[in-house]
Design a protein. Structure first.
Lengths: 324, 281
């Protein structure tokens, strides 16, 4: 309804303005549909939209947010969207299936040291400190066979435990703190904003930072497009990435400010005061193939994947060198 | 099976429909004579409030007062109206298409044997499929927008109405059909003037089952692949840690489900005044 009305208004306005602009030839804005997830990780895109950076490039962005992002890559494969925000695990698995996807720009990642944007928490005083302690215990993860699950296993192994002796129970992020508090799981690998809120409420305590204790600068999520679209529209992709990068630059310069918090509150619906208190991912413009290699190695170690993956071949040139 | 069972149980034998009148009769009519039912709801809500204030400590269990505040904010800002408007719009279109197609196909299946033979196995195969299971291929075929959701609603609406329509036509008293034949009515005329009205109680039962189902499926579809509507709103608010806003939407959803059912029963009573009024409602 909202879209329809907006489209109608736009059409009506265009019809009204037609006689005025008809004599002039105007560059037609290219429309791009982008599948996103309404989480803090996509802030660069949303800022570039809010600040008009795409408009400067004669691009019109229409986002299709899906909570959880499960629809992103299927929609990309079906050509329903031209660009999708996708986590690295799903992207690698899709590439392995020869779906013809390329990463066109960086997205969100982790840094070199804690704090990360996610951590393992238990009840206060549970006494579970290492992977060894977690053998025979249960850790809540959002989805099995995805990034949280993989790094939970990697952390268990790294800290002396057998990852196969730990039970990983699927619990949606919003319910993880309750699951720990109610004793339904022993621990949860939980992301922001639930991570900060849980710690603030003293219901849980931090045990570990599985991300940065197993791998520095994990390439968590990126923007992906299909090879076919990129080959047919290299200029459009370049414009998209240029505008997106400008959004990332703006964000890094204005992090923590009121305007920044306002834009993020607008699409995540988080309360602005909450946004200022949560841990943030690192917003990347490009992707380091070595980071993908490390993640792929972990995926193979934990039997998510067989055979080699050429990380460099997954990256389109706009993801290798920042578009200015 | 559920559709069939419900169809059998809903058109119950006609019973006396007298209710004690009195001074408060209009008021009582308004509440549908369910004072004790509403008292139970009030008690549960009171329990909710007390538990949220004293027993349950969780961000996901806000007190009713916070939910009421979120509701008022949502009404004032127009957000709730927009969210529900967009869902009800898709619901109405999907339901309309699904119901119309089901009645048409149902009449054909019940009266033309070859149609029945051709379609029955397919119907019985498709009927038990839960819609979320077929969403990925549907995204491939229909995209992510209204088309997808309207199809899902129409698909879910279709089967209960279809099955009930077939049952309804089969259950028609053979005498009126024989009379129509005696008067040499055409097949089409018999279908529209005799078979359809006579099977209407069954069709309406199917429509009512589908209405509840359609509302649920609309919300589920928006949760899976949505960017608007009630389902998307509920998930977004959950992930934004705004449980009060989420519950406000859920309460409105419950109220709308209730009102849709009441409105349907009213319409049914008008349409089927000749049949009977369901005692239990």
């Amino acid at each position: 309804m909202r879209l329809t009305r907006r489209r109608f208004t736009a059409a009506a306005a265009a019809a009204g303005a037609l006689p005025l602009i008809a004599p002039r030839v105007r560059a037609q804005a290219v429309k791009l549909r982008v599948s996103t997830i309404p989480i803090i990780d996509t802030a660069g895109l949303q800022i570039a939209m809010a600040k008009g950076f795409f408009k400067e490039q004669d691009l019109e962005i229409d986002t299709t947010p899906t909570a959880g992002g499960a629809a992103g890559l299927p929609a990309l494969a079906a050509g329903q969207v031209q660009i999708a925000f996708s986590n690295i695990i799903s992207t690698v698995l899709a590439v392995k299936q020869n779906l013809g996807f390329l990463i066109v720009s960086g997205g969100s990642g982790t840094g070199d040291a804690p704090p990360d944007l996610a951590g393992i928490v238990t009840k206060p005083g549970a006494g579970l400190k290492t992977g060894k302690d977690f053998e025979g215990k249960t850790i809540a993860v959002n989805t099995r066979n995805n990034i949280i699950w993989l790094y939970a296993r990697a952390w268990v192994k790294k800290t002396g435990g057998d990852p196969d002796k730990v039970t990983y129970l699927e619990v949606p992020f919003p319910q993880m703190i309750d699951a720990v508090r109610g004793g339904r799981v022993d621990a949860a690998f939980v992301v922001e904003p639930f991570f900060s809120a849980g710690q603030a409420s003293k219901a849980v305590e931090l045990v570990a930072w599985p991300y940065s204790s197993t791998q520095k600068r994990i390439p968590v999520a990126q923007f992906v497009a299909s090879k076919a679209y990129i080959e047919a529209n290299p200029g459009t992709i370049e414009k998209f990435v240029r505008a997106y990068n400008k959004g990332v630059d703006w964000m890094n310069a204005n992090k923590g400010g009121d305007e920044w918090a306002g834009i993020i509150a607008g699409y995540t619906r988080l309360k602005p005061e909450q946004i200022k208190s949560i841990g943030l991912p690192v917003f990347e413009k490009t992707v380091d193939p070595r980071g993908i290699d490390e993640t792929v190695a972990l995926m193979r170690e934990h039997k998510m994947l067989e055979g080699a993956v050429d990380a460099k071949a997954m990256l389109y040139k706009t993801a290798v060198e920042a578009v200015k | 099976m559920a559709g069939r069972a419900a169809a059998r149980s809903t058109p119950a034998p006609p019973g006396p429909q007298s209710r004690p009148g009195g001074a408060s009769a209009p008021l009582r009519r308004l509440a549908g004579g369910r004072a004790s039912g509403f008292a139970l709801i009030a008690a549960l809500l009171a329990l909710w409030q007390v538990s949220a204030e004293h027993w349950v400590r969780s961000e996901n269990w806000p007190p009713l007062t916070a939910i009421a505040r979120a509701f008022l904010d949502g009404v004032r800002s127009g957000e709730l109206a927009e969210v529900f408007g967009s869902s009800l719009y898709r619901l109405a279109i999907g339901y309309g298409i699904g119901a119309a197609a089901a009645i048409l196909v149902g009449l054909l299946m019940a009266t033309v044997r070859t149609v029945h033979r051709a379609l029955e196995p397919l119907v019985e195969l498709l009927r038990p499929i839960p819609v979320p299971a077929i969403v990925p291929p549907l995204i491939l075929l229909l995209g992510l927008d209204d088309k997808l959701k309207i199809f899902i609603v129409a698909f879910s609406t279709f089967f209960p109405v279809l099955v009930n329509t077939v049952q309804g036509v089969r259950a028609i008293d053979p005498v009126p059909l024989a009379v129509a034949r005696t008067f040499r009515h055409s097949r089409l005329r018999t279908l529209l003037r005799v078979a359809l009205p006579a099977s209407l109680p069954y069709v309406m039962a199917g429509l009512r089952i589908s209405l509840a189902l359609a509302l649920i499926v609309t919300v589920v579809a928006e949760m899976i692949a949505g960017s608007a509507g009630i389902g998307y709103h509920i998930v977004t608010m959950q992930y934004a840690m705004r449980a009060a806003d989420m519950y406000a939407a859920i309460f409105v959803l419950a109220a709308i489900g209730y009102l849709l059912n009441r409105a349907f029963l009213l319409a049914e009573r008008r349409l089927l005044h000749w049949y009977r009024t369901d005692k239990t409602e």
